[in-house]
Design a protein around this ligand. Sequence first.
Ligand SMILES: [Zn+2]
Length: 458
Amino acid sequence: MDIVVTNGTVVTATETYEADIGIEKGKIAALGRGLGGVETIDAQGNYVFPGAIDVHTHFELPSMGTISADDFQTGSIAAACGGTTTFIDFADQGKGESLHRALEIRLERAEGKVAIDYGFHVAIGDMTDEVMNVEMAELVEQGVASFKLYMAYKGTYMVDDETLFKSLLKAKELGALIIVHAENGDLLHYLINKHVAEGKKEPIWHARSHPPEAEAEAAGRAIILAALAEAPIYIAHVSAAQALEKVKGARDKGQPVLAETCPQYLLFNTEHYKLPNFEGAKYVISPPLREKGNGELLWQGLISGDLQVVSTDHCPFNFVGQKDRGRDDFSKIPSGMPGVETRVPLLYHFGVNEGRFSINRFVELVSTNPARLFGLAPQKGTISIGSDADLVIFDPRKEVRLSVENLHMNVDYSPYEHITVRGYPVLVMQRGRVIVKDGQFVGEVGAGQFLKRRRIAI
Ligand SMILES: [Zn+2]
């Protein structure tokens, strides 16, 4: 063996056992006891998880006249430090642009900068005959197994129901997955304008302009269209319990509806918008944080299986110089927050340490299900012979305060500043190379590989 990770407790979505992991040419080549290798890494007393996968990031995303603060380099390094070895970002098609061009722009931006493996979902913003009849199929051939449709952001990326329905039909034919941002864009557009016109401009009005009903209505509509198209559908960043109810209702009837949530919706609520000194702007995200008590219902969704994935929607903007553009008007606050580095430790701490679910379910939510649903299994998302040696050695005793000075994300605040988690990655490997050691990135910028994702079978 080239490398052997010894004495660790291996954790997958289904099993927990003591074993050495033998690695050859970047792949897992043996699992067992007493393996010998050229190099040995001792994982005594620690867990060994498959590298985590974040299927929802927005690195260097142009938005509202600015750009998200993490580029592909800083963002992917931060991801690695938090135990994530693969991310899937987005390529958003503008009006008059081809899907190929949209993807090309993002691939060019990422080129030479990405420190971990990655892929892209392509967002359809302009559904032409060429997109429907030619491009979607070509992209699936190129390894893009998922497309996103925005039901919100009227005037930019929002699509009508005809576009969504056509996309669902085509995706079904191609074996691709449709992801929706489910909020009723017409309603949001009306409410935002109304509140701004009435002088209601504090950050709390962001939440009041994005009511949970707008999310539930759009999720329900998307689910019905998916049922008519007989296509699977994936609801991004479920934040409102009312939307989760729509997911659950469809799943109970056997419809292939899949959904994710994000740590911020599990842990925070609308009270954060009322923080003094405009600090509420740090939590302006879309969909917004919900009322107290809503988060516990989302945890229940993770426990029951109605939610299968925890992603981040990582889209950071600095408090000074970006978020503060909206000091006098919530509608000018760039929407999004950091999270790519903190997802794994937060979910372990609040999920496993607090007894909400098992360590196996935790691995399933952050790694195995994302790999399975987005065409990366079994190369990613598990520890088995032949899989990539993407491993996280995780010390369940290590305590880290998630303050801005302890994190690597390129943003001037941490939403989790006062939270100390117990359990943290101490070593991260990608394809057999150590890329993070003792909290520092030691990998190679540009070594991340673009992943051709398979068609899905749901
Ligand atoms: Zn997003």
